[in-house]
Structures are given as C-alpha cells and as structure tokens.
Design a protein around this ligand. Sequence first.
Ligand code: KG4
Ligand code: ZN
Length: 334
Amino acid sequence: MTQAPLYILGIDTSCDDTGVGIVELSASGSVQVRANRIWTQAVHAQYGGVMPELASREHVERIDGVMADALAEAGLKVSDIGAVAATSGPGLVGALLVGLMYGKGLAQALDVPFFAAHHLEGHIFAAASEDNLQAPYLALVVSGGHTHLFDVPEEGKYILVGATRDDAAGEAFDKIARLAGLGYPGGPAIAEAALRGNPDAVPFKEPLQGQKAFEFSFSGLKTAALLAHKAGAKPEDLAASFQRAAVHVLVKTTRRAAEAYGRQTVVVSGGVAANTALREAFNQTDLHVVFPGKGLNTDNGAMIALAGAAALRAGRAPSPLAAGATAYAPLANG
Ligand code: KG4
Ligand code: ZN
C-alpha cells in the first residue's frame, strides 16, 4: 500500500446484475463502501430465468454507465482509483468476461494493481466487512447459485463444511415462486406472499433429517411444493410453509456446524441473506450473526471491491492480466 486512503473499484458481471462499487481502504486497514451501483437486467423476467447470451450483451451496453454512476456517487474521478478488482468466477463465462476485461483494461490504463476476485469471497466480505470482522468465523453463502458453508479459520483460508447436494437455496425460492405464479426473482416474491400465508398449511418434511454431516438439499422441498400446488394449496400458504422449512434447515445445520467447529461468529451472505425470516431466525440463536448491509446481499460490485481491499490488506500479489474467467471455481483451499 503506497498512499492512503486508497480507493478500490470492484466489478461484478457474473450473472444478470451489472455491478460497480467503490470502497475506501484507510491507512489503519478499515474499509468503507463509498459507492454501490447495480443495473438489474429486467430482460430475463419474461423467461423466468437468466438467458446467458442476453446477460452478456446487456453487461456490455450498461457497464460504462454503471461505472460513471459509481464514480459520481463516491464523488471521485476515475484517476482517483488506486486498484481494480473484478469477478473472474464462478459465473456465466460470457457475462464474467465483460467485467473482467473491462476491469483489466481500466487497471492497465490507470497503471494500478488488478485483482481477479472470487465471487463467493466477495459475498463473504460483503458481510464480514460490516463490522471489520476478522477470522475465525463460519460463513454461509446462500444465493441463487450456491448454498455453501465454509469454516474460515484465518483470513484467506476456506474449508468446505457442507454444501447443497442439489438445488441452491435461492434456486428453490425462484422455482417455487414460478410454480406458484408469484413472479421472478422468486426470493422477494415468496417473502412477500409468506406474510399473508399460513406456515402450517403445507407440511414439509425436513430434508436430510438426522444427518451427522452439514449438507443441504432443496429438491425434496421443491417436489413437495409441486405436489401441494397440484393439490390446490394457496400460493401464499405454499410460500409461508416453504419459507419456514427452508429457514429452519439453514439455521439448524449452520448452528450444528458452528458448535462442531467451535465458532461463535457466523457470516450469512448471498441473495437469500436478504430474507427477513432467515435474519430473524438467525438472530434468535445464541450465535453472533453478521449479515451484509443494505444493497450488499444480492450480487454487487462493492463486495468485489471489498474482496480486492482484503487482498491488498493481506499483501497478496496482484493478478496477472492473463487471468481468465471460469464457470466452475471452488473457493475451498484447505
Ligand atoms: O447473490 P445473488 O444475487 O446471485 C447469485 O450469486 O446467485 O442471489 C440471488 C438469489 C435469487 O435466487 C433470489 O431469489 C434470492 O437470491 N433472494 C432471496 C431474497 N432476495 C433475493 N431469497 C429469499 N428472500 C429474499 N428476500
Ligand atoms: Zn452471487
């Protein structure tokens, strides 16, 4: 780190959100989000899921504008940026490439360090940076593509504790919302409908009940939802019952893992971490649970800037400009 404060620009184009964020890294090592701008692509709603080719094209069209908005929000000029981070994976390769190439070009033009960031590490830092949290902690990432539980014994070390065997938690929210005609994306739609529904109306069996491991499974809940829907369950009852079942199993398994790994602090991040019922259930445990701040749950650029800040703080070497985009990139390294 040469001078302080350092402004780090982060870019995420891994899926259907064009995100650019800016964080300030102070001389003391603390970080602060200065800007977080997201263009959420509406084009996919008509298909009920993300169309990769359309996502890539829209990233190309939007990224300049989103970056200009982020700089304006932070009150900075592009020449104030001292480092650039962009997601290199996992994600849709065509979509990732847009942000990755943009970030590399920007870093090269400004002659500043470039960091290829891991999308899940970004999600984790979105929460961990909330109170400048330091490892050790347990990290639950619950999004549309992931349901992963990691032990983080020290900064930069990730041990996979458990993951989903089938669908991701957010994917189950999306699919059940679609089935019940509640709209897309399904997470917020289910959460809203659940407020009007009866959580006891549809019985859901707890997935993997009695397991000794820390795995997750959502496909059984999806099938049970389909059967209940066919049997005439009301959408809001389906939403309330499913949400309660999903929240229960996420909290229960994480709670058991925290005990097994001797962790008191749990970071919960990813799109599903925006869910109010999930937050309330976690807050009722005896754990110290940290969630991302407003606008940092679902995919965004600020979380990638935070991952860049963590890399700089840890003294990690910048990434080579040859770093490529990868659809599949496990985070576990221990
Ligand atoms: O982190 P994210 O933006 O993208 C991925 O990396 O996958 O997460 C998106 C997922 C979607 O499945 C969406 O339905 C879910 O997060 N989600 C929610 C809520 N808000 C977004 N799920 C439950 N409750 C919410 N309030
Ligand atoms: Zn994500």
